[in-house]
Design a binder for this molecule. Structure first.
Ligand code: HEM
Length: 284
């Protein structure tokens, strides 16, 4: 596999810390929880039922740190790995799991690579060329190597990634208690989230308004469920209509066309914003 640089000129810097990743949060949360070992690990080792989004919000600044922290990103990656040493156990079906099992840890990461690519494909006006898609993939592999977890099962190229992604979606993912819980939470108003570090400061005062949380319920469900691969929705009988599809496309196109008019403090995650300032003295 060719070695690639992860810095301000990488595509990963352009997409991973873009606040539009928020539109993928529900989808990748579901795809992670559907992976049996991750669903079990999260149920057993986190405050999932009290606050299902807490793990994502708390983890995100550190996860992006492994992309944007410069020389410190290797330490950030290894700290993340070491945090998971004790996340192990036996799931409801009696299968043993460990977060650092290479296939399990890779699947969690695969969803983050999917997230960065989907920001470009669905919420941005730029169309990735074949070469750019390949480069973004390889940069995602360089990101994974910062964790110091075995990379022996990591696909060598974007085509290999797609094959393994499709296999996991059709053969490995399963419905479980955690997934059912998130799907039913998507039918309720959004929880308050204004005090989370991953919410850009200008959005915090509005994020907690009850009316805003109620209005965002339907679009949030559309974006979370609509982002799932169709094969996954069909396998688990998750409701999705052609009217949903039309509304989702409207949301994607609106975001793609208007995003550039928002201030940089909203467009970038705080850790990415700080990294652009550090490396370039300015924010794209
Ligand atoms: C690339 C893969 C992964 C990354 C980047 C990642 C990242 C993180 C981070 C940054 C945290 C927060 C640590 C802290 O609070 O200091 C965390 C917590 C956690 N992770 Fe992961 N993780 C990954 C894979 C996994 C996997 C495969 C599992 C399950 C099998 C898992 C289960 C958990 C659990 C249960 C917590 C604790 C949440 C809590 O404290 O409530 N993670 N993860």
């Amino acid at each position: 596999m060719p070695t690639v640089e992860l810095g301000p000129s990488s595509l990963l810097w352009r997409y991973a810390g873009d606040t539009r990743i928020a539109f993928l949060g529900g989808t990748i949360g579901l795809l992670q929880l559907m992976y049996p070992a991750i669903g079990a690990g999260v149920l057993e080792h986190s405050n999932f039922f009290e606050d299902p989004a807490d793990r994502v919000f708390r983890s995100l600044p550190r996860i992006l740190g492994a992309v944007y922290d410069g020389v410190a990103s290797y330490d950030t990656g290894r700290q993340i790995r070491d945090f998971h040493r004790s996340i192990r156990g036996t799931d409801a079906a009696g299968r043993r799991y460990h977060a650092l099992d290479p296939a399990t840890f890779w699947w969690a990461h695969a969803t983050f690579q999917f997230m960065a690519e989907q920001v470009a494909d669905r919420f941005d006006r730029h169309r990735l060329s074949i070469e750019e898609r390949e480069r973004l993939y390889l940069e995602g592999v360089a990101w994974y190597r910062r964790y110091g977890v075995s990379d022996r099962i990591v696909p060598h190229d974007r085509a290999g990634f797609q094959a393994e992604w499709d296999r996991v979606c059709t053969e490995v993912l399963e419905m479980n208690e955690a997934v059912r819980f998130v799907l039913s939470a998507l039918d309720a108003p959004l929880p308050p989230m204004g005090d989370r570090a991953a919410v850009p400061a200008p959005l915090r005062p509005v994020a907690d308004q009850p009316l805003v949380r109620r209005l965002l319920r339907h679009p949030s469900r559309l974006v979370a469920v609509g982002g799932l691969p169709a094969a996954v929705r069909e396998r688990f009988g998750i409701r999705w209509t052609s009217a949903d599809q039309v509304q989702l496309q409207l949301i994607e196109q609106t975001v793609a066309r208007t995003w550039r008019f928002l201030p940089p403090t909203v467009r970038w995650q705080p850790s990415a914003y700080a990294a652009w300032q550090r490396e370039r003295g300015t924010v794209p």
